[in-house]
Design a protein around this ligand. Sequence first.
Ligand code: PEP
Length: 253
Amino acid sequence: MRKPFVAGNWKMNMNSQTGVALAQGVAEGAADLAGGSVTVAVIPPFVYLPPVGQAVGSSGVAVGAQDVYFEEKGAFTGEISPAMLKDVGCTYVLCGHSERRHVLGESDELVNKKLLAALGGGLLPILCVGELLEERDASQTEQVVERQIRAGLAGVDAEKMATVTIAYEPVWAIGTGRTATREQAQEVHAFIRKLLAEMYSETLAAEIRIQYGGSVKPGNAKELMSEPDVDGCLVGGASLKVDDFVQIIKAAV
Ligand code: PEP
């Protein structure tokens, strides 16, 4: 039985005051669920990781980072290593978010290096995959998602794979207010699980959590997460408001 996983990606939003207030609000609002029947994580900008970590305290709400670099240390100006993220209390890290792929130009190979480094550093990666609108319109969704998953997970053995979460985020649904229908989400999630079964085993594929992301809101979260292969959500915009995010967390059970 997979425990639902709801994570809030704050992207480049909030400041030290509003971020702490949001984290405290989520910790209070999700107190009965976080760390129990739902895995909950907040994913602030790097600079707010320490105060947000303090704000969530021992509430059961975990903290994640939006990105990581693949080297351990050295002359990589502006980058952050897995050990640094661990040092400030990070548990999760996004790898290959669509904005990093399509705005910052990250390749599948770079995403894979980051994911391997995250695993090596004891972080739990959330590998984000998803097709562009033109790729969906050209019926290339499965092809794109398969390429991103096979490349992103290259060199990841079954033991490590058990600690990875996949987030399916159709790019056309991120931040656009346009959500995939529950059927569209389920179709791709089932495809991903079948692919993981081929790459690893049926047993392992049945354990991996696959989140949906793309304009998830309190009003659509329940129906999306009621699909059999949708094991939670990666939430952007709606994770910036305590009430909306807490409602989405509650919709996971
Ligand atoms: C995201 O940041 O991964 C995301 C899905 O954003 P939004 O919920 O705003 O579409």
